[in-house]
Design a protein around this ligand. Sequence first.
Ligand SMILES: Cc1cc2nc3c(=O)[nH]c(=O)nc-3n(C[C@H](O)[C@H](O)[C@H](O)COP(=O)(O)OP(=O)(O)OC[C@H]3O[C@@H](n4cnc5c(N)ncnc54)[C@H](O)[C@@H]3O)c2cc1C
Length: 404
Amino acid sequence: MSHSVYVVGAGAAGMMAAITAARQGKKVTIIEHRDKAGKKILATGNGKCNFTNMYMDKECFRGSNNDYIMDIYNQFDNNAVIDFFKHLGIYPKIKNGYVYPNSGQAISISEALQNELRYLNVDIITNTNIRKIYDNKDGYLIITDKGEYKTDSVIIAAGSNASPKSGSDGSGYRLAKKLGHTIVPVLPALVQLRSSSPFFKEVAGVRTDGSVRIMSGRECVAKDSGELMLTDYGISGIPVFQVSRFASVLLNKNEKVIARLDFLPEMDFTECKEYIRDRIYSYPDKSIKDNFTGILNSKLLNALLKELKIDINMSTGNLSEKQIIDIANGFKNFSINITGTNSFDNAQVCCGGVSLDELTKNTLESKLHKGLFFAGEILDVDGICGGYNLQWAWSSGYVSGINC
Ligand SMILES: Cc1cc2nc3c(=O)[nH]c(=O)nc-3n(C[C@H](O)[C@H](O)[C@H](O)COP(=O)(O)OP(=O)(O)OC[C@H]3O[C@@H](n4cnc5c(N)ncnc54)[C@H](O)[C@@H]3O)c2cc1C
């Protein structure tokens, strides 16, 4: 009888693992606790599925062990992913390095994977909850609410806690933990940041280019720039998503987290002060409101000055030196106290997960149980926005599928 493999979870990583194992001649079954495979894929890239990126670097992936991550990535890199999907009929469309299916539909990716699973005779058992996985030394016993399954190898690809409505409800971590694996604290990442400051009620809805820095004491731990979205609860937008996992980690350690927003990143601080002085020199009698119209969104300018306790209707010529510096700081170093992140429901991914230290180098096989593998977001790996999380799902799915 051929070697049998059970994959837990029919998401991106689980389907890639199953296809890879089945192509090696293994008898593969996927157990999925939801009614359908590939639900999360449908929501990716705003429904367009940004499935990888042409730019790759160690820094695009985060976790406790970047060398381990890159050893896995290099076995099935972005070009291998593009070729894999081309072979399944997905013609790639590349926009600023971001790779999408040319159809502009995430469902194309999910269907291409499911068609290939059918072609390879991989069984998908849906609506089935796993109660426990036992390592019997000569194989594994999987106990579910629908019956028991014996198998030679198990790949756990059950995702994280992020976006639980798509099926990844954290139950994979519990299975891993019961098998003795260590879980690095799992926290929302690629997520909005919250602040209790009343300032945000005034600026809700403003979108502005800028940069965000996450500060731990005097140290900047992460920085990104692009379009910032100011909401009634705090900050959002791609730059905020990119730095959010660092805020999550600090908040989890009960550390004070400050986000510094720069609304004029194209000027340095000195240039900004000069700009303010120049406006004062040109029109000292004009109010601040009239003298600075056009530099920032008017709602944002109003709220910033209110925060600085400077009357927006006063003549600019009456501004003191301290007030000029305060305004420059408001434009370039606006500090907000971050009190939390949005919940797992809003997070695109999680940081933390099954520790890579307990996996054999290059294989994703457990050091604790021969024949047990992990793939995808369940691992202590998170990528930045831009197709890196799906790239990790494909790379880790492939490597676990080859080695199982
Ligand atoms: C809104 C949104 C947009 C995103 N956009 C992008 C993007 O454009 N590009 C990108 O690279 N990444 C994106 N991501 C992240 C990316 O989708 C995930 O990192 C990736 O899908 C993770 O794949 P996975 O297979 O590890 O987990 P999942 O896709 O979560 O799959 C896990 C599967 O396991 C099943 N499961 C869980 N527990 C069990 C259990 N106990 N028993 C049986 N089955 C179980 C789940 O139902 C699910 O089907 C986005 C995420 C979200 C939420």
